[in-house]
Design a binder for this molecule. Structure first.
Ligand code: ADP
Length: 249
């Protein structure tokens, strides 16, 4: 019996910006069903790596595989088709649309033929029903008819997550899911990620180490574009190299 291929694997991943090497030969293996955190001081290359792993930036060198298939060089849509989705940014929310309309729209855009059936009331009802399920999952059922503009910050972040979930991802990438949140929203988001990880693989860039400790099975610490340490949270946290990397931030 052969083992399942990793959900996501990067080999020798490298990104240059006009001669500046932001990501430098990164190897990363994310097993299926795991939560894997990318951490590191500012400028370590986390965002760049995240963009490479979702096809938002082309690689300078290296290879990316999703469930064993080579996806290097594909556009974000190609990654999405293979089950990789990232949380949308708040900047991509349309202020005047309600939470339900946002999720229904994301469900439609994930379906190639959906636009042909735009007027099909049956299909729209199906999208609306699924949209409500997703909003319920992220704790927004009561706010389904609220426009994005009127949602508080933490609720907007929850809506972003619902939009990513609308793509039915096998691998969900989250870019700083708790950034800028107060304690209550952080706790709510941790519980939410713990729920949505069921049946999925999650890769997240996260600064808040208590969030990493609560959720991550594996942690990769980046520094100056390279992997400094990889391991379980407790190992990584106790590692002298990690402590000095953060002290030098
Ligand atoms: P992190 O997310 O860990 O803070 P980034 O991936 O944002 O790190 O940045 C890593 C390095 O790459 C930084 O030195 C940053 O200035 C540089 N960098 C990121 N994006 C670009 C870009 N588009 N052009 C030039 N340099 C960039």
């Amino acid at each position: 019996m052969t083992a399942d291929p990793p959900a996501l694997r990067a080999r020798g991943l490298t990104k240059d910006f006009r001669g500046f090497r932001a990501v430098d030969g990164v190897d990363l293996t994310v097993a299926q069903g795991r939560v894997h955190a990318l951490v590191g001081p500012n400028g370590a290359g986390k965002t760049t790596l995240f963009n490479l792993l979702t096809g938002f930036l082309p690689v300078t060198a290296g290879r990316i595989e999703v469930a064993g298939a080579d996806v290097t060089g594909l556009a974000p849509e190609g990654f999405a088709r293979r089950g990789v989705a990232r949380s949308f940014q708040i900047t991509s929310l349309f202020g005047q649309l309600t939470a339900r309309e946002h999720v229904a729209l994301a469900l439609q855009s994930g379906s190639a033929l959906a636009w042909q059936f735009w007027r099909s009331a049956k299909l729209m009802r199906r999208y609306d029903a699924r949209a409500m399920e997703l909003l319920d999952m992220v704790g927004l059922a009561d706010l389904a008819e609220t426009t994005a503009d009127a949602l508080a910050y933490g609720r907007k972040r929850a809506l972003e997550l619902a939009l990513a979930l609308a793509l039915e991802p096998k691998v969900l990438l989250l870019d700083e899911p708790t950034a800028g949140m107060g304690l209550e929203d952080v706790d709510r988001t941790v519980a939410l990620i713990a729920a949505v990880r069921q049946g999925r693989t999650v890769v997240m860039v996260e600064h808040n180490m208590s969030v990493v400790g609560a959720l991550a099975d594996r942690v990769t610490v980046l520094q100056a574009g390279r992997v400094l340490v990889e391991g379980a949270y407790d190992e990584v946290r106790a590692d002298e190299r990690v402590i000095s990397a953060y002290l030098g931030e």
